[in-house]
Design a protein around this ligand. Structure first.
Ligand code: NAD
Length: 261
């Protein structure tokens, strides 16, 4: 398998896109550290299930990506428990929607801490080991909202544009170190993060979920389909492959044509 012997850390991988990415990397033979919030027994079941299904080592770390010291500790734990850290996927993220003038300060601070600063602290902690080894892959899960904006998402759009920018900076710095740094920019993916937005709007508009699913897609994407966590995982695996050796500093939409529109 293409990632045999590699060690990957996927932040926010107890759910949604992160879980799809962790499964895809494990499916290619990588040992994986998973991270994220949730019920301890369910996370342990997930961890053991991944290890058994793919025959790789899987460990869990409950670090809060909003806290820099916990991120540094998590990277150190991956290096200690799994031997190195070759692939870092900065995926953990949260959302909140309101107009700028109504946006609560604590929601702004939380989104910036997790979606923006968490990516910086993850890269900062992981880069020295990758440089030493002369091989590394950093994949930052940004969003179409790293490239274009939507109303009511001021903190999210600011954070994701920042992720696209810092991806370019790190890519340039590491261009001759054997380490590539790229961002993936998904459009709509039907995960708990989006389900909450669907539920909220169906409640506000007095419609049903199926109606809002269609509305979400047709408002933004020429292709009236959600991307899936498996598809984001497949793109991540490609970026980790030797075929992607010279792709760096890129922000790749996987969005049913959203940003082409
Ligand atoms: P999700 O809510 O299904 O999963 C988020 C994961 O992050 C969970 O495992 C959660 O426990 C974890 N998490 C949240 N805050 C954390 C913290 N402080 N510390 C550690 N873990 C934390 O969401 P998702 O839709 O899978 O989103 C994953 C990423 O993809 C996010 O960065 C999101 O912005 C991005 N994204 C999602 C979509 C979409 O349509 N779903 C589109 C574009 C980008």
């Amino acid at each position: 398998m293409s990632l045999d012997g590699r060690v990957a850390l996927v932040t926010g991988s107890t759910s949604g896109i992160g879980l799809g990415i962790a499964r895809a990397l494990a499916g290619q033979g990588a040992d994986v550290m998973i991270n994220g919030f949730g019920d301890a027994a369910q996370i342990e079941q997930l961890r053991a299930g991944l290890a058994k299904e793919f025959g790789v080592r899987v460990v869990y770390c409950g670090a809060d990506i909003g806290k820099p010291d916990e991120i540094a500790g998590m990277v150190a734990q991956a290096q200690r428990d799994l031997g190195s850290l070759d692939i870092l996927v900065n995926n953990a993220g949260i959302q909140f929607t309101a107009n700028v003038e109504d946006f609560p300060d604590e929601k702004w601070n939380a989104i910036i801490a997790t979606n923006l600063s968490g990516v910086f602290h993850g890269m900062k902690a992981a880069i020295p080991g990758m440089k030493q080894k002369g091989w590394g892959r950093i994949i930052n899960i940004a969003s179409v909202h790293g490239l274009v904006a939507s109303p009511q998402k001021v903190a999210y759009v600011a954070a994701k544009h920042g992720v696209v920018g810092m991806t370019k900076v790190a890519a340039i710095e590491l261009a001759n170190a054997g380490v590539t740094v790229n961002a993936i920019c998904p459009g709509w993916v039907l995960t708990p993060l989006v389900q909450k937005q669907l539920d909220d709007r169906a409640r506000q508009e007095g419609t049903d979920i199926e109606h809002e699913k269609r509305a979400f897609l047709t408002e933004k994407q020429p292709m009236a389909e959600f991307s899936t966590p498996e598809e984001i995982g497949a793109l991540t695996v490609f970026l980790c492959s030797e075929g992607a050796r010279t792709i760096t500093g890129a922000s790749l939409p996987i969005d049913g044509g959203w940003v082409a529109h």
